[in-house]
Design a protein. Structure first.
Length: 134
C-alpha cells in the first residue's frame, strides 16, 4: 500500500484462508459479558467450597456476610450445569454429525448458539439483579 499498490478489498481478503477466520466474525457480546461474570463466580464458588469443606462455622459466618455470593454461585451452578450444558452438548452432537449437509449443520448450530446466548443473557440479567439487591 505504501508503494502505491492498490488496497485489497475486504472480499479479496476474505478469500484468503488464514485471514478469513479473522475478518467478518464478530465476537459475541453475550459470551464476552458472560465470561466476565463466569470468572468472578467461579472464584466465589471456589472460595465458598473451600470454606464449606474446611471450616463450616467460618463458612456460615461468611455466607451471612455475603449472601449475594451464595445466591450467585447457586444460580450459576444450576443453570450452567443444567440447560446450558444440554444446549452445548446438542451443539457438539450437531458438529460431529457426518449425516448433515453444511447448510443443515449451519442452520442447526445457529439455533443452538442463539439458545446459548438467550440462556447467557438471562443469567447475566439474574447476576445483575442479585448484585443490585445486595
Amino acid at each position: 500500500l505504501a508503494t502505491g499498490q492498490k488496497a485489497l478489498d475486504e472480499g479479496a481478503l476474505k478469500s484468503l484462508p488464514l485471514i478469513q477466520s479473522f475478518i467478518g466474525s464478530k465476537s459475541n457480546f453475550d459470551a464476552r459479558e458472560f465470561s466476565k461474570y463466569e470468572e468472578r463466580i467461579k472464584g466465589m464458588d471456589k472460595r465458598l467450597n473451600a470454606l464449606k469443606n474446611s471450616n463450616p462455622d467460618q463458612f456460615a459466618a461468611y455466607a451471612e456476610k455475603h449472601p449475594e455470593e451464595v445466591a450467585l454461585t447457586y444460580v450459576y451452578n444450576k443453570q450452567v450445569n443444567g440447560m446450558l450444558r444440554k444446549v452445548r452438548a446438542a451443539a457438539n452432537q450437531v458438529r460431529a454429525n457426518p449425516d448433515l449437509s453444511p447448510a443443515e449443520r449451519k442452520a442447526q448450530l445457529k439455533e443452538l448458539v442463539d439458545s446459548q446466548n438467550m440462556i447467557k443473557r438471562n443469567l447475566i440479567g439474574a447476576f445483575k439483579q442479585v448484585e443490585e439487591s445486595y
